[in-house]
Write a protein that binds this ligand. Structure first.
Ligand SMILES: Nc1nc2c(ncn2[C@@H]2O[C@H](COP(=O)(O)OP(=O)(O)OP(=O)(O)O)[C@@H](O)[C@H]2O)c(=O)[nH]1
Length: 235
């Protein structure tokens, strides 16, 4: 629907540009004829035609420019979004200017437990459905300033901003309990899942971000090893 509207608007701007050029052309022709023949009493028509041509062309150019801006921001949004869940993707996390990670940030790597079993039991489409529903559930229960990314496969990254490790772990624990107590209804069938999470705070200094991500990954590994459906914090 958006693309139809976009193409229609694009057509309008090219039409305006074309008609502006045609009207200006006739205005210039009349001007030129005036100069090689005797001046007519229609000199004001030339001026009107030239002015209309200019207005049409300028409007066409403005519309064209506006459409380029809209298209650019749409492409940027598509590039930063995971197509399945609609969550931000890894590219968005890495985008240097648009995504600023402050030093009071805690990362939580969240992974669905035994997700392979969901696929094997209910089918791959059901697995996709669960990922979509889980992304909706988590993103609707985080603060506006926090960020939620699909990190890959059945793994997500939560970024708790302006938070200490203790606060973030409380929030993550609530989310874990929320997932545990929810069920996703697919064609009358209730699918239940649990998640494990590993948390780490970004510490000041060079490489803080990478270190925190690695520590969160190690903590997640421990959460899996310690029985799943639990959260662990970086040592
Ligand atoms: N439906 C679906 N499955 C996916 C997607 N991405 C990854 N998977 C599946 O997720 C499963 C991950 O399996 P494993 O890495 O063994 O992990 P797991 O079964 O969740 O087990 P643990 O993480 O150890 O609790 C694999 O079967 C992948 O095929 C996806 O986008 N959709």
């Amino acid at each position: 629907m958006f693309s139809c509207r976009y193409i229609r608007h694009l057509k309008h701007s090219y039409l305006l540009l074309l008609s502006g050029a045609i009207v200006s052309f006739f205005g210039s022709m009349m001007n030129w004829l005036d100069e090689i023949t005797l001046p007519t009493k229609l000199a004001f028509v030339e001026d009107i035609l030239l002015s209309i041509g200019l207005i049409l062309s300028a409007t066409g150019l403005l519309l064209l420019f506006r459409h380029q801006v809209v298209q650019h921001s749409l492409l940027k949004k598509i590039a930063a979004t995971d197509p399945l869940t609609g969550a931000l993707n890894r590219r968005a996390f890495k985008a240097p200017k648009e995504h600023k990670h402050s030093e009071r940030t805690v990362f939580a790597l969240v992974d669905v437990d035994h997700f392979k079993r969901i696929n094997d039991t209910f089918g791959h489409d059901a697995g996709d459905f669960v990922l979509v529903e889980l992304a909706k559930l988590i993103s609707s229960h985080i603060r506006e300033e926090d960020q939620f990314f699909r990190w890959g496969g059945e793994e997500f990254l939560l970024e708790f901003r302006q938070a200490e490790l203790a606060q973030a772990s409380k929030r993550m624990e609530s989310l874990r309990q929320l997932v545990e107590s929810s069920h996703f209804n697919l064609n009358g069938q209730a699918i239940k899942i649990t998640v494990s999470a590993g948390l780490a705070a970004v510490s000041p200094g060079h490489g803080g971000l990478e270190k925190a991500l690695k520590a969160a990954d190690e903590a997640l590994y421990r959460a899996k090893g310690n029985g799943r459906n639990r959260i662990e914090m970086a040592a």
